[in-house]
Design a protein around this ligand. Structure first.
Ligand code: GLU
Length: 449
């Protein structure tokens, strides 16, 4: 498909400018990428590959390479000791053509605007790929919540929320948990937003506690989805779960559940890591015992039935069949990808594999199930939560989990079929399908005015 986006017109003008809130800062449309390393460069490179396959023109690339809307805010925080510190927060809406922006809120000392832009772009593709009626968005506040009291985290959350109120809402942009945030943070956001409206707005965030309109099955949705596609990919490779050894990087919201569900399916989980280090047992770790241990100790290190690996990253290079990176971006890159033995890599994290690593895995015949497919379970059940909240009618856990499995398996088969037919990687297949969906929606809406 070739499109003419009207030379001279900013691609950001494709939709009505009247919907843009006054406080949003405009992003320059169509400008060349200003970074060549880091998540935004990788996300743009993936987009560029998809644009080439779809034979779309540069105007479409520029439109999709830049966020539709972004807001950067200062968050003055009164510390418990009376000191005042000013944090920086962002909310980026990459695309809202198919519906409200949707995506998590990250609290981490490593948050940058470019990282949030990349994560927002991946949310756009993820929502399109699994056919939930949202665009993509992401938020981040640059601080380490573990170094702050719970009261301080609450104050950061409420102040950040109040600053971004003009651009969020159940029909505008719906935050959810991500690294460093949880259901309590979503409850505080929902409460702050609701106070500003004068009534309770359950649909403004997802990943909320059950008592406040959360959905059964949401806390485990991402990891269950990762396990569904990992098992589907193993079956595609004609490998039995019980004959599979796996390593899981990250033992947080995603990695812990993925390890648990794979262990339940008979996979031998031989290694896991967290921010403090990695542990290994060639015979397989008992994941339920490990979960109980971590609940008390706060780390996987020192777990009885295991040895500590000296180097946390050594986990990536173990002789395993399945590797699940479920921590942060960019951990598999051009310098280390050829040390990875796993024949199957399932991305629990967003953006763990750089384009250079993708090339190496492809050349070595290693299968990578991309993030926008593998970890889409979270946003799928976020969508279910939003639907339930809007209807004020809640489903059973079985209902939620059956619908989740159906969507994950449908997306897996669609991506696999496209990849096989066009002889491309699963990442390119998934990105092409998603970009095509978003572009079709965008161009069908047309240029405004
Ligand atoms: N943070 C999750 C993700 O990266 C969930 C987003 C959501 O549910 O909106 O997919």
């Amino acid at each position: 498909m070739t499109t003419d986006l009207n030379a001279g017109r900013s691609p950001l003008d494709l939709e009505s400018p009247h919907s843009i809130p006054v406080t949003a800062t405009a992003t320059p449309g169509g400008e060349a990428p200003d970074v060549d390393t880091g998540p935004l460069a990788y996300a743009r490179a993936q987009l560029s590959d998809a644009i080439a396959v779809l034979d779309l023109d540069q105007g479409v690339y520029s439109m999709l390479a830049n966020p539709r809307r972004e807001m950067t805010v200062s968050i003055p925080l009164r510390r418990d000791n009376g000191d005042v510190e000013v944090l920086t927060g962002h909310r980026v809406q990459h695309n809202v053509s198919r519906g409200p922006g949707k995506g998590g809120l990250r609290y981490s000392k490593d948050v940058t605007l470019d990282e949030v832009r990349a994560l927002a772009m991946w949310m756009t593709w993820k929502c399109a790929l699994v056919d939930v009626p949202y665009g993509g968005a992401k938020g981040g506040v640059r601080f380490d919540p573990k170094r702050y009291s719970r009261e301080e985290v609450q104050r950061v959350t409420r102040r950040y929320t109040s600053e971004i109120i003009p651009i969020i809402g159940p029909t505008q942009d719906i935050p959810a948990p991500d690294i460093g945030t949880d259901e309590q943070v979503m409850a505080w956001m929902m409460d702050t937003y609701s106070a500003s409206q004068g009534y309770t707005v359950l649909g403004v965030t997802t990943g909320k506690p059950l008592a406040l309109g959360g959905s059964l099955g949401r806390p485990t949705a991402t990891s269950l989805g990762v396990a569904h596609v990992a098992l589907a990919a193993l079956s595609h490779l004609r490998r039995r779960p019980t004959a599979t050894a796996a390593a899981v990087q990250g033992f947080g919201k995603v990695g812990r559940g993925a390890a648990r569900y794979l262990w339940e399916a008979g996979v031998k989980v031989v290694a896991v890591s967290d921010e403090y280090g990695a542990i290994f047992n060639a015979g397989g770790l008992s994941v339920p015992d490990l979960e109980a241990y971590v609940a008390i100790s706060g780390t996987v290190l020192g777990f009885d039935d295991s040895e500590d690996l000296n180097d946390r990253d050594a986990l990536l290079y173990l002789e395993v069949d399945l590797l699940i990176p479920a921590a942060v971006e960019g951990v598999l890159h051009g310098e280390n990808a050829d040390r990875v033995h796993a024949s199957l890599i399932v991305e629990g994290a967003n953006g763990p594999t750089t384009p250079a690593a993708d090339e190496i895995f492809r050349a070595n015949g290693q299968l990578v199930v991309p993030d926008i497919l593998a970890n889409a379970g979270g946003v799928i059940v976020s969508y279910f939560e939003w639907v339930q909240a809007n209807q004020a009618y809640w489903w059973s856990q079985t209902d939620v989990e059956n619908r989740l499995r159906e969507r994950m398996e449908r997306a897996w088969h669609r991506v696999l079929e496209y990849a096989a037919t066009h002889r491309v990687s699963l990442r390119l297949a998934a990105t092409v399908l998603a970009v095509d969906t978003v572009t079709t929606a965008h161009l069908t809406r047309g240029l405004y005015p």
